[in-house]
Design a binder for this molecule. Structure first.
Ligand code: SF4
Length: 478
């Protein structure tokens, strides 16, 4: 159920690894969670501790070898799941080969983190043949990852016969929640999840965000040890609120739903000026389903202009975002959204989308709405212009592929074929993701908007070169 609730984070493959006294049990397969995990298959995954993962491929072909969870047999038997990307995985992978003769099998950066962790753990066992690792040895292993792995990584590991170890990179770029539930027999269940919608649905008693740089160890008897080992500034990805996370979820105490409503209100303020100065005269606000709907609703309310869902989504086609070629993405847009011509003809349409990345989808949508008879098409983006690549797990590729890179707003309008393009401002975006209660301030990562990368990107050229070669396995992430 948890994986099904996270299916929007990756639809290419899924896997579960469980452990009990008989050993490890795992199933990994390409496809959707509901197709892979039939009741018979789930019955084979025995044990009271497990890891589950859904995978999101950004480039390259689908390979079963890179579907998570990953697993290593020494020491103890360790399973690992990872959300994020390492900028320097190639360098660390080479170092691991030179220093420890650990040869990667898959080219995945998750495998690099797993080997870093396992190598350190095996060196710090005290006594060397201890039946379970000490808290200190685990801490050393997490610190080894923090010291050498640069990028984003929310990680959960399963150590056979011991329990779970979760940790988040020192900048806390990708989300991870810790939840606990008292069971009727008096025991306590613990759940780590990328989004808080999972513990909420599964009726966990409490849920909180794992802190940036925090390590959390949960032993099989439910004992918990927490320690913040990294001390950098927390920089959660802004795109989780704009697009990626489910609206039911809360990240860093800020709900995705209310952030999207705020994004729409901010855009309305800009559009009011445009209308007052005669540059736009929208008749109707139209959302691009599904992630732009909330922003479009609040935008329409603020402007007092009707909201109409006149692009009808075909629910049986997956997100164009994760298709691997330009050609496939263009064709999928036509199939995916069907216009209601009678509601569009002769009107000035204000189209609202969550973001504009390559521009392929936006250009096609504008064309679809024009072909349906629109008088003018204004395009509004909930996110500011995406001008720089993401090295932390979102498929914002090489800057030359991004439509906003080195273009002015009017050049973007021309490239998209829109009568007007309106973007969110960065400051307004930062305000929109702030928690509506309490005093907490969030400083999100906005690197793809303004190049302020929270980590070193010294190895980004090698990262980009791997991303551009479809043979690479490293970008298949969930
Ligand atoms: S670069 Fe952009 S997409 Fe990547 S983590 Fe930062 S904000 Fe998110």
């Amino acid at each position: 159920m948890g994986l099904t609730l996270l299916q929007h984070r990756g639809q290419d493959a899924a896997g579960i690894l469980s452990h009990d006294e008989k050993g490890f049990h795992f199933i990994k397969q390409l496809g959707l969670v509901s197709d892979i995990f039939t009741p018979e298959k789930l019955n084979a995954l025995s044990g009271n501790v497990a890891l589950g993962h859904v995978r999101y491929s950004t480039v390259g072909s689908n390979e079963i070898s890179s579907v998570q969870p990953f697993f290593i047999n020494y020491p103890y038997g360790i399973g690992m799941i990872h959300n994020g990307n390492l900028v320097n995985f190639k360098r660390v992978s080479r170092e691991l080969m030179e220093e420890s003769h650990r040869h990667p099998l898959t080219g995945s950066d998750t495998e690099v983190i797993l080997n870093l962790f396992a190598e350190s753990l095996s060196k710090n066992l005290n006594p060397p043949k201890s039946a379970t690792p000490s808290i200190q040895a685990i801490e050393e292993a997490v610190l080894e990852v923090f010291n050498r792995a640069i990028g984003s990584y929310s990680i959960v590991t399963l150590i056979a016969g011991f329990g779970l170890v979760a940790f988040k990179d020192p900048n806390g770029i990708r989300p991870l929640t810790l939840s606990r539930r008292k069971e009727p027999d008096g025991s306590t269940s613990t759940l780590f999840s990328s989004e808080s919608s999972v513990p909420s649905f599964l009726e966990y008693d409490s849920s909180e965000e794992v802190k940036a740089g925090e390590m959390i160890i949960v032993t099989l008897d439910g004992q918990i040890t927490r320690k913040v080992l990294g001390n950098k500034e927390s920089r959660p990805c802004m795109f989780e609120w704009v697009y990626f996370a489910s609206p039911q979820s809360e990240i860093e105490e800020s709900t995705v739903y209310s952030a999207r409503i705020e994004l729409g209100k901010n855009l309305a303020r800009k559009i009011k000026v445009e209308i007052a100065e005669g540059r736009m005269k929208p008749d109707v606000v139209v959302p691009v389903p599904m992630t732009a709907q909330l922003a479009a609703i609040s935008l329409s309310e603020e402007l007092g202009i009707p909201y109409r869902e006149v692009l009808i989504k075909n629910r049986y086609i997956s997100r164009t975002f994760i298709l691997d070629t330009q050609d496939k993405r263009e064709k999928a847009v036509q199939l995916k959204l069907f216009p209601v011509d009678s509601e569009i003809r002769g009107k000035n349409i204000l189209l609202v989308d969550d973001s504009i990345v390559r521009g392929t989808t936006s250009r096609k949508l504008i064309e679809v709405v024009r072909n349906a008879g629109a008088k003018s098409v204004y395009f509004v983006s909930s996110a500011p212009p995406i001008r720089y690549p993401c090295f932390y797990g979102i498929d914002f590729p090489h800057q030359k592929e991004l439509i906003a890179f080195e273009k002015t707003d009017s050049e973007i309008e021309k490239a998209l074929g829109a009568d007007r393009v309106i973007y969110q401002d960065i400051d307004a975006l930062v305000e929109s993701v702030q928690p509506k209660k309490g005093n907490k301030r969030i400083t999100p990562c906005t690197a793809c908007l303004n190049q302020c990368y929270p980590t070193s990107i010294e190895d980004s050229a090698e990262f980009t070169s791997e991303r551009e070669h479809p043979g690479s396995e490293v970008f298949k992430r969930g």
